[in-house]
Design a protein around this ligand. Structure first.
Ligand code: GLU
Length: 279
């Protein structure tokens, strides 16, 4: 099939207008292309994800008039499979255990980092062997080591969204400055980070087009690096504009005021929601 996409919320709260826009856009694009649209719950954060949110999300999507193809994919039953892939990275010397707390990382960074989405890890634990791993350690990707095993000209992806449309080559220097040694599995729990689980699921589900909010654009390079490390295909990316509140602030799941359920309770129709998000 030429066009296969998905909506992949983390069920940590109710859907808001921003999610509705993302889901409707992906769904509409798939249907317009005669393609497939999957629903995936990215629920590896077992503490924050709740089955009741999954039910509410599915109910909101159905109410909006969407149907998805095939069964819903949940990530939590697949944690062992993700971990098996981490073992492959370990065998290639590309991950290391890390016991640094957020406070340790802040203290090790001389000055606040500007223009980066998250604190870039200063590398304190880099060089630790996997044998020294303790249960409470996180696992980090050794980005330099990973880049050294890849052909840099293959780190390429196509973006069709409005803000960054074009073909992009991942810049290793920029990746080191803005991404660094990211966490692939979280401390204490056997929880695989979103980057890794999502890269594998996109490949396993044959996703050809990833349609999602612009806030995730900066993470594409890391997903492309993971795809190349495992010889996975790179989908076409489409990062769409974000739906903001009246003050221009990006909507978050905790902003209950924008929850779709509120609009539903107030009598809005699916067509009203489409209008509100500009579709
Ligand atoms: N689970 C992610 C989120 O809720 C979406 C990731 C994606 O679409 O790639 O933000």
């Amino acid at each position: 099939m030429a066009f296969v996409t998905r909506f992949a919320p983390s069920p940590t709260g109710p859907l808001h207008l921003g999610h509705a826009y993302s889901a409707l856009l992906a769904h509409d694009m798939a249907r317009a292309e005669g393609g497939a649209f999957f629903l995936r719950f990215e629920d590896t954060d077992l503490e924050r994800c709740k089955p009741e949110y999954e039910d509410a999300i599915a109910d909101d999507l159905r109410w909006l008039g969407m149907c998805w193809d095939g069964p819903i994919l949940r990530q939590s039953p697949n944690i062992a499979a993700y971990n098996a892939r981490l073992d492959l990275l370990a065998a290639r010397g590309l991950i290391y255990p890390c016991c640094c707390t957020r406070a340790d990382i802040r203290a090790a960074l001389a000055a606040p980092q500007e223009g980066v989405a998250h604190a870039v890890y200063p590398g304190t634990c880099r060089g630790r062997s996997m044998d020294s791993r303790r249960a409470e350690d996180a696992l980090r990707l050794d980005l330099n080591a990973a880049l050294a095993q890849l052909s840099l000209t293959a780190l390429i992806f196509t973006e069709t969204g409005p803000a960054h449309r074009g073909v992009h080559l991942v810049d290793p220097m920029a990746a080191q400055a803005t991404i660094g040694d990211i966490v692939l599995s979280r401390k204490g729990e056997d929880i695989v980070a979103y980057f890794l689980a999502s890269a594998f699921d996109d490949a396993d589900q044959g996703i050809t087009h990833v349609i999602r909010g612009e806030d995730l654009f900066d993470f594409v390079p890391i997903q492309v690096i993971l795809q190349r490390l495992f010889d996975l295909p790179t989908p076409i990316y489409h990062h769409h504009r974000l739906i903001r509140d009246a003050h221009g602030k990006r909507l978050a799941k905790r902003d209950d005021a924008r929850a779709l359920s509120k609009f539903r309770a107030e009598g809005a129709s699916p067509a009203d929601i489409r209008r509100m998000v500009g579709l």
